[in-house]
Design a protein around this ligand. Structure first.
Ligand SMILES: Cc1cc2nc3c(=O)[nH]c(=O)nc-3n(C[C@H](O)[C@H](O)[C@H](O)COP(=O)(O)O)c2cc1C
Length: 172
């Protein structure tokens, strides 16, 4: 597609340093809380987001294996850090640095809490080509091979210089 065909609504928008997008989900990943900043960026009313899943804002620039890794952390009741892209209601999109943590009440897991902050440009320079490669691998893989092959691309980068994913992602 050449640039004259790109609709203004598909443009990337940047988070600001002061932006702090907070949301919470129940255990079934249905959104139970969103702050005003999140609503403003997404273009959705709070009432349009509550009770929904993040499918509403899911963007195909993020590999499935990244969200799979996120769920591996959450299922082990560990927090997760990662770079994501979300699609807004008007089809614009933004990159964010995401932190998701398990939420407890009376020592019982009741859901998850997430904060999105402005990602550094330096981190995105490393992440964008990596995600492009992972998404390319996922598009070409069979359903059974999609996660292992895409994760292998990520682990090749991590094992070169880092001990684990957390060390990698927090070093960017
Ligand atoms: C607290 C929390 C926040 C999340 N935030 C987002 C988000 O902003 N965007 C998104 O696409 N997925 C988010 N997810 C992940 C989604 O629930 C879901 O796993 C993902 O969109 C599905 O990816 P898949 O298409 O690879 O299965 C979040 C999950 C949790 C628990």
């Amino acid at each position: 597609m050449n640039s004259t065909n790109v609709s203004a609504s598909c443009q990337e928008v940047q988070m600001k340093e002061s932006d702090f997008f907070v949301s919470k989900t129940n255990l079934e990943s249905h959104i139970s809380y969103v702050n005003r900043d999140f609503c403003q960026m997404s273009g959705y009313q709070e009432s349009e987001l509550l009770g929904q899943t993040y499918d509403l804002v899911r963007h195909e620039l993020v590999p499935h294996s990244i969200y799979n890794l996120m769920w591996e952390h959450l299922n082990a009741e560990e927090e997760f850090f990662g770079y994501i892209v979300n699609r807004n209601k008007n089809d614009s999109y933004y990159w964010a640095f995401l932190n998701v943590t398990p939420c407890y009440e009376n020592n019982q897991l009741i859901g998850y809490f997430s904060v999105q902050r402005e990602p550094s440009q330096q981190a995105l320079q490393a992440i964008k080509p990596l995600y492009t490669k992972m998404c390319q691998v996922e598009r070409q893989a069979t359903a059974a091979q999609l996660l292992p092959l895409s994760s292998a691309v990520l682990w090749r980068v991590i094992t070169k210089e880092y001990k684990n994913y957390a060390e990698f992602v927090l070093s960017l």
